[in-house]
Design a protein around this ligand. Sequence first.
Ligand SMILES: O=C(O)c1ccccc1NCC(=O)[C@H](O)[C@H](O)COP(=O)(O)O
Length: 225
Amino acid sequence: MSIKPHHTPYLKVCGMADADSLQAVAALQPDFLGFIFYPQSKRYVGGRLPAAAVRALPAAIRRVGVFVDEQPAAVLDNVQEYGLDVVQLHGQESADVCLALRMTGVAVIKAFAVGEEFDFTRLEPYVGCVDYFLFDAAGAQPGGNGTAFRWELLQGYTLPVPYFLAGGIGPEHAVALPGLSLPGLFALDLNSRFETAPGVKDAGQLGRFFRALNPKNQESYTDGL
Ligand SMILES: O=C(O)c1ccccc1NCC(=O)[C@H](O)[C@H](O)COP(=O)(O)O
C-alpha cells in the first residue's frame, strides 16, 4: 500500500509584467509564475517584459502563459519565444483545442469562471484533454478581478483532474488556507491582491504569505495583519 504524502498546495503567482518585480518574486521560489498574453489586460506582458527575462527563470519555476481565446498557432509561437512550460486557457476554449495544444507537449490548464453556482458537468468533456483546471471568480474581466467565489462549491469535487484555486486570494487568507481541505486542490493562484500596481507584485507581502502557509508560523503572521 502506498500512502500519498500530504502537502500544502503549490503556489502560483500570476500576472508578472515587471522585470524588477519578476526577479524579487522568483527569489521566493514559487512553483509557478504566470504571464498574461491577453492584450486587453492591465498585466499584458507585451512591451513590458522581455522574453529573455522569462526564459532565464530557474527551471524549477514553471512558466505559465495565460491566453484568452487566442489562436492555437499564436499560443505556440509564444510557448517557443518565452519558453513556456504550461498554457492557461482563460476563455471559452473547447476541449478539442486544449487537447491539440497538450499533444504538442505543453501542459494545459483550463480556467473556468465560477459564479454563485457552478455546473460541474461542464468539466466532463475536458477530462483527459487538460492537466489541470483553474477555478476563478466570475467578474467583469476574464481574470484578475480580485474577488473570491464561494470555495465551498468545491467541497463535492470528484473529478480526477487537480485544480488551481484562484480569485481574490489575499494576505488575510493565509489564516484560513492551511486548514482548508478541498478535494482535488493542487495549487493556489495569487495575483492582484498582492500588487503595488498592475503587473508589479509586492515581494515582501508575498514572502510573508508563503511563510505563513506553514501552520507553525501562523501566530506571528496574524500579529502583522
Ligand atoms: O490577471 C489578469 O489580468 C488576467 C486577465 C485575463 C485573463 C486572465 C487573467 N489572470 C489570470 C489568473 O490566473 C489570475 O491570477 C486569476 O484570475 C486571479 O486573479 P485575482 O482575482 O486578481 O487574484
